[in-house]
Design a protein around this ligand. Structure first.
Ligand SMILES: [Zn+2]
Ligand SMILES: [Zn+2]
Length: 276
């Protein structure tokens, strides 16, 4: 049901895509130039997780996800992560990282544990970078765990991730036959599940005339799939239009679409790493 998302090549693809989109879109350059420094850290962390023998006891059961936060393994890398942010992040985020670096490790632990318990369930768009630090730090671990969860058979069209119960971050249209099949990408564990194309993942609306789709000329492969019943929208990366897109990265570059959707009165169900 999903395309596995872990391993070094995934991170390499993200770095390459961020470099390309940064050169192409000046509106996304500041963040993507920082992102190119963040992903190598995540790649090293991903490789370390893949090597950690005690994590390979077998597949995880679906929905047991949040019981597995191995801070003994992860915490030694947290200070290094904060220094990447201090050196390369946009000023406000670098400032937050600098302040957090001076706090005792108990405070780091409680922030990471709180994020792990609630991520993808009750997130609100409370402001730029609001969740960035725990989310970016734990993303490789969440994706690593997500790739190890036993796949339950998918029944119907679940609006929450069948593996971890989180909300979708994005839609992904993958080529199939003459068209594309839509998947939802989990905002927490990074796995995908199949989802009908004409169905609002927020409220379940199925009437085509209530589900308008918008695209912008500068980002033709990114669809704003909105719902006039609940006024939420799903951003969907259309791989039938650009097979080189990397959904997680292309979403981060789509800043003008966030502003446009907001002006039209549509909200996003789940914010991305930027908090938008
Ligand atoms: Zn998930
Ligand atoms: Zn809806």
């Amino acid at each position: 049901m999903t395309v596995p998302k872990s391993g070094e090549s995934t991170y390499e693809a993200r770095i390459r895509r961020a470099a390309l989109l940064s050169a192409r879109h000046s509106f996304a350059r500041e963040f993507l130039d920082f992102y190119k420094h963040l992903v190598p850290f995540q790649k090293t962390q991903g490789a370390k997780l893949a090597r950690a023998k005690d994590l390979h006891a077998g597949p995880l059961a679906a929905m047991e996800f949040r019981k597995h936060l191995n801070l003994t393994l992860l915490l030694p890398d947290f200070r290094g992560f904060l220094s990447v942010l201090e050196q390369h992040a946009p000023p406000a985020l670098a400032g937050s990282a600098h302040q957090i670096a001076r706090l005792p490790s108990e405070s780091w632990i409680s922030s990471l544990e709180a994020y792990w318990q609630h991520a993808g369930k009750y997130d609100q768009q409370v402001g730029a970078f609001a969740q960035f630090i725990p989310r970016a730090f734990l993303e490789p671990y969440a994706e690593f765990c997500g790739a190890r969860i036993q796949r339950p058979p998918v029944v119907g069209a679940p609006r929450l991730c069948p593996l971890c119960g989180s909300r979708p971050l994005l839609g992904v249209l993958r080529p199939e036959g003459d068209g594309g099949k839509r998947f939802l990408l989990c905002s927490f564990c990074g796995q995908e599940w199949e989802f009908r194309r004409l169905l609002c993942p927020t409220c379940g609306e199925e009437a085509e005339n209530k589900l308008p789709v918008y695209t912008a000329e500068q980002l033709p492969h990114i669809r704003v799939e909105s719902c006039d019943t609940c006024k939420f929208y799903l951003r969907t990366i259309d791989l039938t239009k650009d097979g080189n897109a990397v959904p997680l990265v292309d979403d981060l570059a789509a800043i003008p679409l966030t502003l446009w959707a907001h002006e039209q009165g549509y909200s996003r169900l789940q914010p991305n790493l930027l908090g938008t």
